[in-house]
Design a protein around this ligand. Structure first.
Ligand code: ADP
Length: 418
């Protein structure tokens, strides 16, 4: 049987099957775990040329990820080096939330949306309790199993390997899901960045298209301010002291209902709290889970009854007639970037794990220092985009460049064999 071809075996245990896709960190392929018979997904992370030996911090962090076990977090089953690449073995998942959102054959009821959001927040709550930030929340990182269970994937990978084109550690997250404090260059951020991204995903579930599709960081801020009004210093006092703060023309907030005409009052209330400008006043994941939105009717759909796509690649065709923020430019920038203003806001004031996030950024920098050179790749525009609102021309998807992650390798085998 072709399947038993030993050349297809990885690490004497996993039988390689088809390629599932190419992601930020490298190729992902399906495989069978010959020890358990389980189908798995193996993420092959290119390590490139190793210059300075292993980065033990990265290895420690991978071991930490192996400890994260929750029904809403994808399980990292195994991690091993093989032929110069690092292989991360995850449980196999059938589809992802982006495929659900873009599938026009699927009707998502308010109860279905509540269920998908609740599972997303439960996964995040577990990780925040363990002082781990996701930092790369987006619908295609929310994988869905055959039983309808949604699980957060790529947890902590942004922290360990960096986002490929990042020279600065605040450039985590695909741009459309990035919190305003990150866009203004904050170096001290906490779990509130994941809350903002979860809010963008909530909005995307409601609209069935990405909510704020900025084509640059400034454009992203403009789109955010067009949606929620330009923040005032009294609303967000620390804003003025952020490293990349720029002053935008003042525009008032349109009524939130004009953006989400079909949403319930509870939905709008929770959304507005998750989209609070000041990270200190933004609701926490735990508080969001306790919001009345989740206990008021309709109750969240049981995961096994959630609609799932028949095909992963459905064209989109939105007919929603809501205020479209992506077709206008939002408020204009009034002041040039004040790179020279580097007043650090009060560390204590940031949410609980800001300090840890900050320390971990140092780890990312360590990893990055070991990297040599950058190659780049543009992410394809997601199928969930409603191109019709752009007059037929797809907008530029914020790009994530693929980078040389030439760390680890030399002593990797040693570490993992320990
Ligand atoms: P990205 O870096 O863009 O988030 P990934 O590296 O996570 O992408 O994934 C690349 C492809 O592999 C995607 O099509 C994704 O759906 C698929 N994939 C990733 N992890 C799994 C998994 N555990 N089970 C099934 N498919 C997966």
């Amino acid at each position: 049987m072709a399947d038993l071809d030993p050349s297809k075996k990885v690490a004497d245990r996993y039988l390689k099957r088809e390629v599932l896709g190419e992601g930020t960190y490298g190729v992902v392929y399906k495989a069978i775990d010959t020890q358990t018979g389980q189908t798995v997904a193996i993420k092959k992370i290119r390590l490139g040329k190793q210059k300075e030996g292993v980065n033990f911090t990265a290895l420690r962090e991978i071991k930490l990820l192996k400890e994260l076990k929750d029904s809403n977090i994808i399980e990292l089953i195994d991690a091993f080096p093989h032929k110069g690449n690092l292989h991360l073995v995850f449980e196999f998942m059938e589809t992802d939330l982006e495929a659900v959102i873009r599938d026009r054959n699927i009707f998502l009821s308010p109860a279905d949306i509540k269920s998908y959001l609740q599972m997303t927040l439960k996964g995040l709550a577990y990780c925040h309790k363990k002082w781990v930030l996701h930092r790369d929340m987006k619908p295609n990182n929310l994988l869905i199993g055959s039983n309808g269970q949604l699980k957060l994937a790529d947890f902590g990978l942004a922290r360990i390997f960096g986002s490929p084109d990042r020279r600065f550690t605040h450039q985590v997250f695909a741009r459309w899901y990035r919190a305003p404090e990150l866009l203004f260059g904050t170096k001290q951020y906490g779990s509130a960045v994941d809350v903002w991204a979860a809010a963008c995903i909530f909005a995307e579930l409601l609209l069935r298209r990405p909510f704020l599709q900025g084509s640059s960081d400034i454009d992203q801020l403009g789109k955010i301010f067009a949606a929620f009004g330009t923040p005032t210093p009294s609303q967000w006092p620390d804003m003025l002291y952020l490293p990349d703060y720029v002053e935008f023309q003042y525009v008032p907030a349109p009524p939130l209902r004009s953006l989400f005409p079909m949403a319930s009052d509870d939905t709008l209330d929770l959304l507005s709290k998750m989209f609070a400008y000041d990270p200190k006043s933004r609701i926490t994941i735990q508080q969001a889970l306790e919001h009345r939105y989740f206990t008021s009717a309709p109750l969240p759909t049981d995961p096994s009854k959630l609609p799932r796509p028949t095909s992963k690649r459905e064209p989109t065709n939105s007919n929603s007639r809501v205020l479209d923020l992506n077709s206008n430019d939002g408020p204009t920038v009034l002041s040039p970037p004040r790179k020279s203003r580097r007043v650090m806001p009060d560390r204590e004031a940031f949410e609980g794990n800001a300090y840890r996030a900050d320390r971990l950024d140092d780890h990312v920098n360590e990893v990055r220092e070991l990297a040599a050179g950058n190659t780049s790749k543009n992410e394809a525009a997601p199928m969930s985009l409603d191109f019709s609102v752009f007059g037929g021309k797809p907008p530029n998807r914020p790009t994530i460049n693929s980078a040389d992650r030439s760390h680890l390798k030399r002593k990797l085998d040693l570490e993992f064999q320990q």
